[in-house]
Ligand binder design. Structure first.
Ligand code: GDR
Length: 339
């Protein structure tokens, strides 16, 4: 019989790569998605389109603990990946009540449901490098003290502690992956990497003239999402549950990302990028760079996509998509939305 996995947040960047990865591994993949996504799949499920028919979707809001329990009871998964969250850090300042309540409550609901109906199920929680916030040391690893600086980071740290409590007190196989930034062509346009790759592609095609960015000196440790979902799966294949940092270990500035992206389309970034102080984030954290030695040693994990390859993959995918959409428009065919 096929192993079964349930993914919350299936329609997001990581959910889509994880689903694809698990299908390739021979899993029966179930996903929890909002009802409105099922009603407009071309718009809301575009990341899943190439393999949508291979997935089993369940319409469920994560605000409803009873609904989560009944899906888990019906599916009886071997693994449950809880990826759903408000994940755009900047919004978490504007809407701190909603972000904290949703991110913590949904984690509690899913964990409680796992404990109640499928206690043998292995559980993954999507933690974040934002839990480190203003870290006292760099790079950060599993022993670095947490010091979150954003409502989002606080909500993820709370989820981490809840997950650990279920592991220690209720003996669940529950792990947290402390993932540093991970990107791809499936990233939303609000995140800086996709904002840059999309703009570089559009500017090179004469469809945009300028790109406004915030802090160009902000440093991030960027990898490819497809590499990072592999680490999630590896965590759930171990003999014991544990927490792991997943990162490339190399930090780059937003400026370097822009420079590399514009170089990919043969342009000088300085001619097109301007700094908009309104886009500065306050407070900006200390440079976050991950030390993923534990993942590398214990899970045998290593990233396969370098920074330069990541930027190139994203820019080329945006170029291809923009050209595909224009061809579809001139032929009167509508393409899938990709942002
Ligand atoms: P981040 O990602 O907050 O690190 O969280 P984001 O891409 O939004 O910001 C990265 C850095 O770029 C700087 N920056 C800008 N950011 C945005 N969005 N737009 C801009 O115009 C801009 N200019 C500069 C930011 O100040 C910041 O320093 C991501 C999310 O995926 C989280 O959910 C996840 O937990 C963490 O990564 C790890």
């Amino acid at each position: 019989m096929k192993p079964k996995a349930v993914i919350t947040g299936l329609a997001g960047q990581d959910g889509s790569y994880l689903a694809e990865f698990l299908l390739e591994k021979g899993y029966e993949v179930h996903g929890l998605v909002r009802r409105d996504a099922l009603e407009s799949p071309e718009d809301k499920l575009w990341r899943l389109q190439p393999f949508l028919s291979d997935l089993i979707l369940h319409a469920s809001s994560l605000d409803n603990p009873g609904g989560i329990s009944s899906i888990l009871a019906k599916v009886k998964p071997r693994e449950c990946y809880h990826l759903a969250a408000h994940s755009f850090v900047n919004y978490s300042f504007e809407d701190d009540f909603a972000v904290m309540a949703a991110n913590l409550n949904t984690t509690l609901f899913v964990l409680a449901a796992v404990r109640e109906v499928v206690p043998e199920c292995r559980f993954y929680f999507a933690g974040s490098s934002e839990m480190f916030g203003n870290a006292p040391v760099s790079p950060q690893n599993e022993s670095t003290p947490f010091n979150p600086r954003t409502p989002y980071g606080i909500s993820k740290l709370a989820g981490f502690h809840v997950t650990k409590t279920y592991r220690d007190a209720h003996r669940l196989f529950a792990c947290t992956g402390i993932l540093f930034n991970h990107e791809s062509p499936r990233r939303g346009l609000e995140y800086v990497t996709r904002k840059i790759s999309h703009a570089a592609a559009r500017i090179s095609l004469g469809r945009q003239s300028q790109l406004r960015l915030g802090n160009l000196d902000a440093l991030r440790d960027w990898g490819h999402s497809a590499d990072y979902v592999r680490a999630m799966w590896l965590m759930l294949q171990q003999d014991r549950p544990d927490d792991y940092v997943v990162a490339s270990g190399v930090a780059h500035t937003v400026r370097e990302f822009a420079e590399t992206a514009f170089r990919e389309v043969g342009l000088d970034w300085k001619k097109f990028v301007c700094v908009d102080p309104q886009l500065y984030r306050s407070p900006e954290t200390r440079p976050l760079t991950g030390d993923s030695s534990k993942s590398r040693t214990k899970l045998g994990w290593a990233p396969s996509v370098s920074f330069e390859e990541l930027v190139s993959i994203m820019v080329q995918a945006d170029l291809k998509e923009i050209n595909r959409r224009s061809a579809a428009c001139s032929n009167g065919i509508h393409g899938f939305a990709r942002d």
